[in-house]
Design a protein around this ligand. Structure first.
Ligand SMILES: Nc1ncnc2c1ncn2[C@@H]1O[C@H](COP(=O)(O)OP(=O)(O)O)[C@@H](O)[C@H]1O
Ligand SMILES: [Mg+2]
Length: 339
């Protein structure tokens, strides 16, 4: 069975994986129903682990189990009683699902740690943004004053040099101010997610020439952690478009209903194979996006194929605490037209 599992792990496509699951599950379950030993039960656990790796959901495994049980019991009628067969089948299913339970337990321990890490990072970013804005800003102001004083008593030639130094300093000051705003956009704190994302999209579009369309809005303020997470996610997605996609057009769709905040970022660029990301040194940015989404209880789906553009869909469930209490009415925005 291991060989069968190994040989299928290289195959792509959910349907192929599901077909393989049916075959492997049928063989292993039949063996277990016939002899009912611990040994044959262990293969159920291997199958569960393999199914997780193939991103086959728990409900699919249960459905495959039900498909197989009746067929096999019918075949084995006579050699094992129906009651005993059902008991063994139940044990087998529990074993096949145990890796799902372990994975769930693992992720519920990881998410609070991720949340804490993001909060610490966010505080640190805020501290750096303030230091860049205030401390460096004040220092530069002091240098401007010193240049002005020196210029008063200097010859026309030195005066000219000092004016040039002043102009360079001014450019450095503008760069630092831009950096501090990028690190922690005031607009996000003051006006919320929609204006902050619109402003980000406009800035990226202006500096790169890529057409960026922004659709939908979230009228009401959300939990600051959710707003910050989504802002940083869209920022990374746009950075990736600029760095890797060679795209002409990007669409950002933001939608919120009573229970879910959804954001779709789609580009028409060169695309890539998402299965290759995360191997070796690549993929820190997208891994960060996934972690940021997970830290606020959300998920990330990546749809991309070489030469066919890229689509990131982030879904964040909205609990009562993720919406700021002073706002309550729901809103409607365009529904996602998914290809
Ligand atoms: N929008 C995109 N279009 C094309 N390729 C992309 C896009 N987003 C990500 N990629 C590919 O996925 C890889 C991983 O992205 P990411 O995790 O953000 O890491 P990094 O940007 O540091 O390379 C990139 O190196 C690139 O090959
Ligand atoms: Mg990146």
């Amino acid at each position: 069975m291991e060989d069968a599992l190994k040989s299928t792990s290289g195959l792509s496509g959910k349907r192929l994986a599901l077909r393989e699951l049916r075959l492997v599950y049928t063989d292993a379950l039949e063996e277990h129903l016939a002899d009912g030993t611990e040994n044959s039960k262990h293969s159920a656990c291997d199958i569960g682990r393999w199914a997780i790796a193939q991103e086959i959901g728990v409900t699919k495994v249960v459905a495959v189990h039900h498909e197989c049980v009746g067929r096999i019991l019918f075949r084995l009628a006579g050699s094992v009683s129906c009651k005993e067969g059902l008991r063994r089948a139940g044990d087998f299913l529990a074993e096949a699902l145990s890796p799902y339970e372990q994975a769930h337990r693992g992720s519920s321990e990881t998410i609070p740690a991720l949340r804490q890490m993001n909060e610490r990072m966010e505080r640190e970013i805020q501290r750096i943004a303030l230091a860049v804005h205030d401390e460096a800003g004040q220092l530069i102001y002091a240098v401007h004053l010193a240049i002005a004083t020196a210029a008063e008593a200097s010859s026309p030639v030195v005066h000219q040099h000092l004016a040039e130094i002043g102009a360079m300093l001014h450019r450095a000051e503008q760069g630092l101010r831009r950096l501090s705003h990028e690190l922690r956009p005031m607009i996000l704190d003051d006006l919320g997610l929609t204006p902050a994302l619109q402003s980000l999209a406009e800035r990226v579009s202006r500096t790169t020439g890529i057409a960026i369309e922004f659709e939908g809005s979230v009228d009401h303020r959300l939990d600051a952690k959710v707003e910050t997470a989504l802002y940083r996610i869209v920022h990374e997605a746009l950075t990736n478009v600029v760095k890797h996609a060679h795209a002409k057009k990007v669409t950002i769709e933001l939608q919120r209903d009573h229970t879910m905040l959804k954001c779709l970022i789609r580009d028409d660029g060169v695309g890539f194979d998402p299965a290759g990301v995360g191997k070796g040194q690549r993929g820190l940015g997208l891994a960060g996006v996934r972690e940021r989404a997970a830290a606020v209880g959300g998920t990330l789906q990546i749809k991309s194929e070489p030469q066919r553009g890229t689509e990131l869909l982030v879904e964040i469930p909205l609990r009562k605490t993720t919406c700021r209490s002073e706002y309550s009415s729901p809103m409607t925005t365009p529904s996602f037209a998914r290809p």
